[in-house]
Design a protein around this ligand. Structure first.
Ligand code: ADP
Length: 517
């Protein structure tokens, strides 16, 4: 991606990372249009928020069918724009998006309708409800690693509740941003319900400062903190989906063959550019040597490339290469050993990085502490359960983790001790694929959750409603207070004591009612 001016209009030049070819040019949204976007979003909100859920879902159904019909073209667009292989475009970007649409079509009505809640006896005669009222115009800022899913899932979650949406997709993958805009347009969503603002961080910053009603951000910790500062100034609620440094813990009693295949997939899928990828591998010392050999065999069998049968595609974002290099350089300088891959000075030009497994690393190295977002996997032995937990919890991140053992009790015990938004047992990453589970991080991995019921409700104001028929002329706690104190004293004592005294409760309640006359 490059930015250049053509007359007055700034353009994003889209370069396919895997080939280096220029594949498109996309007009950047001028920042002076920010107020116009918000105005349009607010106007569209009036109509969109007043539609019934089933009316809104009719648009969702059209969107889903369009994506099913055009699945192959969408996969190719994603693959061209990111460098990821087609299989990963369809399995890890398109499928979760379709499944999220499906889930929302099936569950939104139940989740977002008025919910009746119990009313305590002391509030006799009243009914209580929660209503979910859309917030307004939601700003979604999305990243480049899963450019379809990580933009569309928050978009549809916000739209379902009656909000309108402005998407600012990553400038690193603008072609997918354009594709999303086109899909919503052709699915017939009314004008202004969704708008796409193309451009880089200046455009993102201008929209963040434009006072949206909610910000849903997925990206780096650094940018997340900048956005949260702006949001704090304007008191705008946010969800921040940030980085990860996910540990994978392999105990000696695990199915080692499955674990070795999982480690190689979990670390190198999408060239490791996954917030939930296996970024640190901890292996029980009793099986460490054996497991390392199995892992190396798996990694060495992977095929990198662009064709349909390739396993690992290219890196997406050129700047990410230097992050990977810096971490590897530091580790090697401090005595780490290369088990697969090449020394950084042997790397070739272009966006394909060697799939690198490294051993002999220390907990305080960057390779263990900082997010890599690349095909680099450090492997560390551990001696017992508590050491594994302490290694796993020993970073500022906490997004996902995986535990490998045949001992169910041990797996659950360790899972409970991990400070992590999600944990997978005998598999990797996969919690994200069940839209019924919440998704989000602990510590610097983020604030808030989406997916599941909460993922629809975050985009709504939760409104408490209490109904009274209004037949009595006064409530017992209203004025005048004369003579009420002893009656309330006895009423609350009888009501809250371990053994409730119903007779005293009724007597005092009736006396309070009478004293109102
Ligand atoms: P990544 O390295 O994953 O691209 P970033 O956090 O840099 O992570 O980018 C994620 C998204 O945030 C992109 O759409 C990017 O344009 C946008 N962005 C970057 N900086 C800012 C900013 N200061 N304000 C708002 N959006 C930003």
């Amino acid at each position: 991606m490059n930015v250049h001016s053509a007359g007055q209009v700034q353009k994003l030049t889209v370069i396919a990372p895997a080939t280096g070819d220029v594949i498109a040019e996309i007009e950047e949204t001028p920042v002076h249009e920010v107020p116009l976007f918000y105005q349009k979003g607010k106007e569209a909100f009036i109509v969109w928020s007043s539609l019934s859920l089933s009316e809104r879902m009719a648009y969702f159904k059209k969107l889903k069918q369009l994506m099913v019909d055009e699945m192959d073209q969408i996969a190719r667009t994603i693959s061209d724009d990111t460098g990821k292989v087609l299989t990963e475009a369809i399995v890890a970007d398109i499928m979760p998006t379709l499944d999220a649409i499906d889930h929302i079509i099936k569950h939104a009505e139940k989740v977002l309708r008025r919910q009746k809640v119990k009313t305590p006896l002391l509030l006799l005669g009243k009914k209580s409800f929660i209503e979910y009222m859309p917030r307004g115009v939601v700003l979604v800022i999305s990243p480049w690693n899963y450019p379809l899913q990580l933009a569309m899932v928050p978009m549809i979650s916000a739209l379902a509740g009656g909000n309108t949406v402005i998407l600012k997709p990553s400038e690193v993958t603008p072609l997918v941003g354009k594709c999303i805009e086109d899909l919503f347009k052709r699915a017939g969503f009314p004008e202004g319900t969704f708008q796409v603002a193309h451009g880089g961080k200046e455009v993102g910053a201008a929209f963040t400062a434009g006072k949206p009603d909610y910000i849903f951000f997925t990206g780096s910790v650094r940018t997340g903190k900048i956005i949260q500062q702006q949001a704090a100034k304007d008191l705008i609620p946010t969800t921040l989906e940030l980085g990860g440094k996910d540990p994978m813990i392999v105990f000696g009693d695990a199915n080692l063959e499955r674990a070795a295949k999982a480690a190689s997939w979990g670390a190198f899928t999408n060239s490791g550019q996954v917030c939930m990828s296996a970024e640190r591998l901890y292996v029980e010392r009793t099986v460490y040597d054996q497991f390392l050999e199995m892992l190396k065999k798996e990694v060495n069998s992977l095929k990198q490339g662009t064709d349909e049968n390739a396993d690992v595609g290219s890196m997406t974002f050129p700047a990410q290469k230097s992050v990977v290099k810096e971490q590897l350089d530091e580790a090697l300088e401090r005595g780490a050993r290369l088990e697969t891959g090449l020394m950084p000075f042997e790397w070739q030009e272009g966006m394909f990085l060697p799939l690198t497994v490294v051993t002999n690393v220390e907990q305080n190295m960057k390779i263990i502490q900082e997010e890599t977002f690349g095909p680099l996997l450090p492997v560390v032995p551990f001696d017992n359960e508590s050491e594994a937990v302490s290694f796993a919890n020993g970073t500022v991140f906490g997004l996902n983790a995986s535990i490998w053992t045949k001992d169910k009790q041990k797996a659950r015990r360790v899972a409970s001790k991990l400070v992590s938004g999600a944990v997978v047992i005998n598999d990797v990453i996969i919690t994200v694929a069940n839209h019924g589970l919440p998704f989000g991080g602990t510590k610097e991995s983020g604030i808030g959750r989406y997916h599941a019921e909460g993922g629809l409700r975050i985009f709504c104001h939760e409104k408490a409603i209490m109904e009274d028929l209004g037949l009595m002329n006064a409530e017992i706690q209203w004025y005048p207070y004369k003579g009420k104190y002893p009656l309330f004293l006895n009423l609350f004592k009888s009501y809250f004591s371990d053994k409730r005294d119903w007779l005293s409760f009724a007597k005092n309640y009736l006396a309070l009612l009478r004293s109102n006359k």
